[in-house]
Design a protein. Structure first.
Length: 327
């Protein structure tokens, strides 16, 4: 019995010791892991940090189809250099081609009717002049003369109607031709094909969230920096800046100020940081840069540091509201 009591005491003491050890381990603060690469550092004494993305100088063009339809042929691939108005892809045009054949076939009959009407007008005009040349009223009655004149006028009006029908048929044919040409989507300007998100045989619809093709001029690049709206008043026009690639924090790319987009927009370009806010709005600042000796690509994210302008001294309250002289 005494041995059992001693064992219970030792077991209780062991439980208390284990609980104390567990609590000490839970409250122990693990040291921060050493970063794989050094974080980028600003070269300025006062700076405004921003996240940026490299894009084409003329900004990328999101190519979309003019109408919904089946893609039958692709003319380009990623990396192709295209000129303005070069074909990019072809939509199914069989229905419009059938309409074009029908509308084109309606033109020759109308043209033939107009030609026939011209001959009829010429015949009636000859008859009317012959009747008018007869001097003997007993040979030609006034009624015959009027009937011939009326028939000539009706023939002229009929020709006008047929010519209007012909113009309408030609316009309908030209409309089908224009709609048919629109199904061959062409490049709005010269550039490089950056993305191809569609293949022949797929169905394309306007207004898709992902562009079918992305076109940009990769010969000249720029950085679009997103400055948090809280820090927007700290950035002055013409303020210089530098950019660093994510994997090359120690190398700074000099930036040349281009413009400030004067409209604050919701943040869209995310860096992947766990502490990053996604419900914020940003002021976008455009910077241009010369290509560095190492390769950079459109779409790369960079860290941007903008030189902050020194704050203007705050006037003393006494200077803004001078005291009245004592009486």
């Amino acid at each position: 019995m005494i041995i059992f009591k001693r064992f219970s005491v030792w077991a209780a003491l062991a439980g208390v010791a284990f609980a104390a050890w567990a609590l000490m381990g839970a409250n122990k603060i693990e040291p921060m892991p050493t970063p794989i690469t050094e974080p980028p550092r600003s070269p300025y004494e006062q700076t405004v940090a921003a996240s940026g993305i490299i894009e084409a100088v003329n900004e990328n063009v999101r190519i979309a189809p003019p109408v919904a339809g089946l893609i039958t042929k692709m003319f380009v691939a990623v990396g192709d250099q295209v000129t303005a108005h070069a074909p990019l892809f072809q939509l199914d045009d069989r229905e419009l081609r059938a309409q074009l054949l029908i509308r084109d076939a309606a033109i020759p009959p109308l043209q033939a009717q107009i030609d026939e009407q011209k001959y009829r007008i010429g015949d009636l005009d000859t008859q009317l002049r012959r009747l008018k040349s007869v001097r003997d009223e007993r040979a030609v009655s006034e009624d015959d003369l009027k009937r011939t004149w009326y028939a000539l006028e009706v023939a002229k009006r009929t020709q006008q109607r047929l010519e209007a029908n012909l113009s309408q048929a030609i316009a309908q044919r030209d409309e089908a031709t224009i709609l048919l040409e629109r199904l061959t989507v062409r490049a709005p300007r010269e550039g490089t094909i950056l993305q191809v998100n569609v293949r022949a045989g797929e169905y394309a619809t306007p207004g898709a969230s992902e562009p079918l093709l992305l076109l940009g001029d990769t010969q000249r690049l720029q950085v679009r920096a997103d400055v948090d709206e809280v820090n927007a008043p700290l950035v002055a026009p013409q303020a210089p800046g530098v950019a660093s690639l994510k994997s090359m924090a120690d190398i700074k790319i000099p930036l040349t100020f281009v413009r400030i987009e004067p409209y604050v927009v919701p943040k869209k370009s995310l860096t992947g940081d766990n502490s990053e806010r996604v419900d914020t709005r940003v002021l976008q600042i455009i910077y241009r840069f010369d290509r560095p000796p190492f390769p950079v690509y459109a779409g790369q994210q960079v860290d941007v540091f903008i030189q902050r302008q020194p704050a203007a001294p705050t006037p003393h309250p006494a200077a803004t509201h001078p005291q009245e002289p004592a009486p």
